[in-house]
Design a protein around this ligand. Structure first.
Ligand SMILES: *[C@@H]1O[C@H](CO)[C@@H](O)[C@H](O)[C@H]1NC(C)=O
Ligand SMILES: *[C@@H]1O[C@H](CO)[C@@H](O)[C@H](O)[C@H]1NC(C)=O
Ligand SMILES: *[C@@H]1O[C@H](CO)[C@@H](O)[C@H](O)[C@H]1NC(C)=O
Length: 660
């Protein structure tokens, strides 16, 4: 089912010419249990902001990267000419075990740039790249591979994996997952029929291969990192309605991981974190494909555990790529914390779960926290190609781009890194618009405060959101078009005293932190909603030591700028000395270890040594020259399930410091 859409020009304050934006292909099977729906990236346009600046830097790289170099390992493995291209380095080097994991991310990012920015270069690159991949697939007879196989490493690695003799560090299904996800996106987002053929041929290869294994032999295969194979195969089932893909998805259900999660037992300690998160996205998808509630239970329990007991203040999880004991945070403030991929995957999981439970603000409170404080700042803003960090170091005096050598150590580069986080980063930085708005039959949801224009063409409604949030605490939402429906606006758990006006008059609805403010009315063109979300200082304590905390102002985690000073412990910050320096920027001062320190958003923490976690003392100021609202209790993220309680947790005085 292919629909060709035209973006309407009638957008308030923004002229967009009529260009065909999509030939997007819809799934043939509707998802079960979904109560709110995503808009296509074609319906939401970012306007001027840091989000858009990041997107543009990544776009520059996506249009620059040499396509023949990216085809090298595929062509070489499938015995085609590499056309004189240079081989890549890093994780796409011809000798790297799971080379060819990167290209799927690039395909997705090209497709996203096409559908959201109408960038024809990205569309054409995606289509021609997929055509070259098909030539590789079609040369399988000569290359000695089974039909449909597509990879930069030999198919014999799968024999070795199944026999338990694979010893070269390869994680072959991890790379296959990424290729499948990339060609699937070119099929459904661009509507390219070659991409459909390549996707189904590769999925058929997976089905044929895995259908020959006994259940226990398959569970042994699942002891390797296999990405989101259950996720992508469930999606291919939804796209086609062909049940063999659902059966293949279920073969990737990892019993050893899923059973404790279904029983809500946190046995994550010691597991490689990013091996697990994609499987949970898969269970959310398998729930939507089957209606089997145990899949949803696994995904929700995993989300709650990870957010509450395994996440740092910035929303990232893992140390040295591994989950540690539940609530172990202060003990693991190292250089190799918060792998970026994990958060990319947690955000995918978050939106999948929210769409089944769209009155629960906990999901997008986490989404905002992790997107703003972890993934926005992973990109180097002074690099026109928008290169990224693998980890976000949280040690005192940490510095982006100076991580541990084994995990990159530097910012990513054009051709010599190709780490997992570089691939997921390309996707993240080109889809900031995908989770701002959602809808159902009677409601528009506003989940994020991101400057943007929404074309809700199905209702002939256009929404313009203008804000400098989180610098300002106000967002203005203008409506163009008319109709009767509700607008549900997320009122974050971190605010207090929030308010909403419509055309200058109080909206007259409940506006409570940690809930949706739902305004039902007949809207008319020119209606203007103003949302005010007062911000205050908060501590976000380490779960295992409440004397160690990050400082946030509203949603924004702050970091101290220590220039090139080396630190060996968390400086002691006197909370009462914190002041905002300007009402138009997020700059603050305070006194730590007896010396002045300036603080800025952690997303602006590039190019200097920083401190995110402090030894805290005293309490926040009760007044400031800039009339900053201050908190009386600290925000503890661990006390109860964030799924059921959405407001700040109570201060637990057993830990001493409560920040107020
Ligand atoms: C929103 O509407 C107000 C009042 O109609 C108008 O002054 C303002 O320019 C509009 N803003 C945008 C971004 O369209
Ligand atoms: C998104 O935009 C396309 C055309 O650009 C339109 O066909 C579709 O209905 C829009 N989606 C919604 C939910 O309005
Ligand atoms: C911090 O800076 C202020 C303003 O420059 C200055 O008056 C004060 O003495 C400094 N405090 C410390 C502890 O250095």
């Amino acid at each position: 089912m292919v629909s060709i859409g035209l973006l309407k020009a009638a957008v308030v304050g923004l002229i967009i010419t009529n260009v065909p934006v999509s030939a997007q292909v819809s799934p043939v099977v509707s998802e079960t249990g979904v109560l709110a729906y995503q808009f296509s990236l074609s319906n939401v346009t970012l306007t001027s902001s840091r989000w858009q600046e990041n997107e543009r830097r990544t776009l520059t790289y996506l249009k620059y990267i040499d396509v023949n170099r990216m085809l090298y390992v595929f062509r070489s493995n499938h015995k085609l000419s590499t056309n004189g291209a240079s081989a890549n380095g890093g994780w796409d080097a011809p000798t790297f075990p799971f080379r060819s994991h990167m290209q799927g991310h690039i395909l997705t990012a090209w497709a996203q740039c096409w559908v959201s920015l109408k960038d024809t270069t990205c569309r054409d690159r995606a289509i021609s790249f997929v055509a070259e991949l098909q030539k590789c697939q079609q040369n399988n007879g000569a290359a000695g591979f089974a039909a449909g196989y597509l990879s930069g490493f030999p198919e014999s690695d799968f024999n070795a994996m199944e026999e338990g003799t694979l010893s070269n560090g390869n994680v072959p299904y991890y790379a296959i997952h990424k290729s499948l996800a990339g060609v699937l996106d070119v099929w459904r987002i661009i509507g390219d029929s070659t991409a459909k053929s390549v996707t189904l041929a590769l999925a058929d290869w997976v089905d044929t291969r895995t259908s020959k294994l006994s259940t226990s032999a398959m569970q042994t295969v699942l002891n390797t990192e296999y990405g989101g194979m259950n996720d992508v195969l469930a999606q291919i089932y939804l796209m086609t309605g062909t049940s063999k893909y659902l059966a293949a998805a279920k073969r990737f259900d990892h019993t050893a991981l899923f059973t404790p999660l279904q029983n809500n037992q946190d046995q994550l300690s010691g597991l490689h974190a990013n091996t697990q998160v994609p499987k949970w996205i898969g269970t959310a998808k398998e729930y939507k494909a089957t209606g089997t509630s145990s899949y949803l239970t696994i995904a929700k329990n995993a989300w709650t555990m990870t957010v509450n007991a395994h996440s740092y203040a910035i929303g990232g999880n893992s140390q040295a790529e591994h989950f540690r004991a539940p609530n172990a945070i202060a003990g693991y403030l190292n250089t190799d914390t918060a792998e970026s991929c994990n958060t990319y995957n947690m955000l995918k999981l978050t939106r999948e779960l929210w769409m089944t439970d769209p009155t629960n603000t906990a999901y997008f409170d986490f989404y905002e926290r992790a997107l703003l404080n972890h993934l926005l700042g992973m990109q180097n803003p002074s690099d026109s190609h928008g290169h990224i960090t693998y980890f976000s170091s949280l040690n005192p005096g940490g510095r982006r781009g100076l991580g541990p050598a084994w995990g990159g150590g530097t910012w990513s580069t054009d051709y010599d890194s190709f780490w997992c986080c570089q691939g997921t980063g390309l996707e993240t930085q080109t889809k900031f618009a995908d989770s701002v708005y959602f809808y159902d039959s009677s409601t528009l949801y506003v989940n994020l405060f991101t400057p943007s224009v929404l074309s809700w063409s199905a209702r002939s409604i256009y929404v313009t959101q203008s804000t400098t949030f989180p610098i300002s605490d106000t967002s203005t939402i203008n409506i163009s078009g008319s109709g009767t429906f509700a607008i549900s606006i997320r009122i974050p758990g971190w605010t207090s005293g929030a308010s909403i006006t419509i055309n200058g008059v109080s909206a007259g609805v409940s506006v409570n932190a940690g809930s949706y403010a739902k305004i039902s009315r007949t809207w008319a063109s020119g209606d203007q909603i103003v949302v005010t979300l007062p911000m205050r200082f908060r501590t976000i304590a380490a779960n295992d030591n409440y004397n160690v905390a990050a400082i946030a102002f509203g949603p924004t985690v702050l970091c101290g700028n220590y220039g090139s000073t080396t630190l060996s412990s968390n400086p002691s910050l006197s909370l009462s000395t914190l002041k905002r320096s300007s009402s138009t920027t997020l700059t603050f001062t305070g006194i730590a270890n007896g010396a002045n320190v300036s603080l800025v958003p952690f997303y602006d923490g590039q190019g200097f040594n920083y401190v995110v976690y402090w030894a805290i003392s005293g309490s926040f100021p009760t007044a400031s020259p800039l009339s900053i609202t201050t908190s009386t209790t600290s925000t503890l993220l661990t006390t109860t399930s964030l799924v059921s309680t959405t407001t700040d947790g109570p201060c637990q005085s057993i830990w001493g410091q409560c920040g107020g």
